[in-house]
Design a protein. Structure first.
Length: 589
């Protein structure tokens, strides 16, 4: 911290360090230079420079997933409005990220008042950034008074940590460097009291639904991880002996390799994109206890067909069936009460999921020479990945990071991911998130990260490779390269994925020289076009554990991932196998 005085910037940094934060991701700017200077002098928190504000935001969000809080410092206006996409994702998926910026100083504002000058990076409305961020944060504050700043910072931080959502802190340029008093005691964060009456009724209705069901199931959501309730949930599963699934966003919220998972895990439920066995089993359940699940439109089928059988318990309330709403209830308290009830109850459950011997990708053994040497596909790529997870390979210790791509839905079908080793933005679904997020994950977690991206998402965030190398991260970025927006096209016209099909022009991507790109960014490069190549690539990764890699995987343009095909066909009603392509007299499809 500053050697001359204790400043508002020092105050915020002290509080962030107190919460366990050790990295702040940043893109510099003149308005925020007082904060950046304080950060450079502050012991215990390092500045991590990124190339783009959006990338820095993704990195802070990835960091928060493992450390419980993240932070990003950017320039006013041009920086804040670039980073807001990442912050919106953190808001939706409950990741506390602190956005730090600065706007014109008190002297500048006098000049503005006297001359009407439009200061750089501003719209003329100097409250506009604060107002915009109100929609994607739980506190959006402007610090204009150094004496009041500590109180505002404490209240905003407490809200971020309590609600597990982002906050926005904008100071006038002179305020970050202004003196203030140091905190005298640790930040106090108090939980809102639960409504005991509603909590009791919720518990009673849940018990009644579970005990009267013939085939109940528990569905785990990401809020379980955000609140650190994994151990409690495992105890609940042991006690109830009810099969469980997870949402895609919450995949690996508890280990998929544990004894309880081997016995009770039915696979990740992602609507029609699920493993067929998973989808069929979950669809037949007559009671679904969803703990901390964020339901997106991937779950429309469940919400529509099984709404009356759903018990949805979240951080900010609960819903039993389609009509009984509960407010001021606590997810953590509810889990504790459910455990306490069944510890004292003689009632029990004897519901099991009999997994087929060839469950999921295990049904696709890759042993024939023709299988190993033929062009790789989404199916063979993930069948190989599953086999590596099954073996005693280093892969099971790696983090797996997915973005909004065909690979996300395929990876959700994998079985055997260790606790907290699967990362995605499956609720917000922003292209490019996976590569940008990997920087924060790598700096918050010691495990190597495997990123699997599509061309479109990677092209948005390829600059992160440079930052990964600069920070000595050993992340391996696989790009499933088919040069199209495949998911988009599958919903536009699935017939494009037939031999005579034609892609919409807006779904076609430029062809990049990935090897030259890797050389430009200073990372190692590999090319994969068969399963045999893929095995070689992973062998290289297992041996070389210290360097970042860019690995291009050549995927045929018309190779539609099975999970995406099932999902697209269910939504559009268009069947790939029923496509009839006719040519006009000019030879066009």
């Amino acid at each position: 911290m500053s050697t001359n005085n204790f400043t508002v910037a020092d105050y915020l940094l002290t509080r962030l360090k107190e919460q366990g934060l050790e990295k702040i991701f940043q893109v510099p700017g003149d308005y925020v230079q007082e904060f950046m200077s304080a950060l450079d002098k502050f012991d215990g928190i390092d500045a991590v420079g990124d190339i783009t504000e959006l990338g820095a935001g993704y990195a802070a969000e990835g960091y928060a997933r493992y450390r419980g809080i993240g932070a990003v410092s950017v320039q006013y206006g041009v920086g804040t409005l670039s980073v807001i996409n990442a912050i919106a994702g953190a808001y939706v998926e409950r990741n506390p990220v602190v956005v730090i910026t600065a706007s014109p100083s008190i002297d500048d504002r006098k000049i503005i008042a006297d001359t009407g000058a439009l200061f750089h990076h501003s719209t003329g409305n100097y409250n506009s950034n604060q107002v915009i961020f109100e929609s994607v944060t739980v506190a959006s504050e402007i610090l204009s008074d150094p004496e009041m700043a500590p109180t505002i910072i404490d209240a905003a931080l407490a809200c971020a940590i309590k609600e597990k959502r982002p906050i926005y802190l904008e100071a006038w340029q002179n305020v970050w460097g202004a003196e203030c008093k140091a905190p005298m005691q640790p930040l106090v964060i108090t939980d809102s009291p639960a409504n005991l009456g509603m909590q009791k009724t919720l518990l009673q209705q849940t018990i009644q639904k579970l005990e009267s069901a013939k085939q109940p199931i528990i569905m785990l959501g990401i809020e379980i991880a955000r609140l650190g309730l994994q151990d409690k949930v495992e105890s609940l599963l042991h006690l109830l002996n009810i099969p469980y699934t997870t949402s895609t966003l919450a995949k690996s919220v508890i280990s998929e390799r544990s004894e309880i998972s081997h016995k009770l895990f039915v696979g990740t439920y992602a609507g029609e994109a699920s493993l067929p066995e998973t989808f069929d089993y979950v669809s037949q359940c007559d009671a679904v206890l969803a703990l901390g699940v964020i339901f997106t439109d991937d779950y429309i089928t469940m919400l529509t067909n099984q709404g009356s059988d759903l018990i949805r318990v979240n951080m900010d309330g609960a819903l039993v069936g389609n009509s009984d709403h509960f407010i001021h209830t606590s997810l953590a308290v509810f889990i504790n009460e459910l455990i306490a009830h069944f510890l004292c109850s003689s009632a029990g459950f004897n519901v099991t999921f009999s997994k087929p011997d060839n469950f999921g990708f295990n049904a696709l053994p890759l042993t024939k020479h023709s299988d190993l040497c033929s062009q790789i596909s989404y199916e063979s790529f993930f069948a190989f990945y599953q086999q590596e997870l099954n073996e005693s390979s280093p892969l099971k210790r790696y983090n797996l990071i997915l973005g909004e791509s065909s690979s996300l839905y395929m990876a959700a079908r994998l079985i055997g991911i260790e606790k907290n080793h699967f990362v995605s933005d499956a609720a917000w679904g922003s292209l490019g998130h996976e590569t940008g997020c990997s920087l924060g994950v790598s700096l918050a977690n010691d495990n190597r990260s495997i990123v699997i991206a599509g061309d479109g998402g990677f092209m948005m965030m390829c600059q992160t490779l440079s930052t990964l190398r600069r920070n000595h991260c050993n992340t391996a970025v696989f790009v499933m390269s088919n040069e199209v927006y495949a998911i988009e096209q599958s919903f536009v016209d699935i017939c494009a994925f037939t031999p005579e099909g034609k892609f919409a022009p807006f779904d076609e991507l430029p062809s990049w020289d990935y090897e030259a790109l890797a050389q430009a960014y200073g990372v190692k490069y590999l090319n994969v076009n068969s399963v045999a190549n893929l095995q070689d690539a992973f062998n290289i990764l297992y041996e070389n554990t210290s360097a970042p890699y860019l690995i291009k995987v050549d995927i045929a343009r018309d190779d539609l991932a099975p999970a995406i095909q099932t999902l697209a066909e269910s939504v559009t009603g268009q069947k790939r196998d029923e496509c009839l392509c006719h040519k006009d007299n000019k030879g066009n499809i």
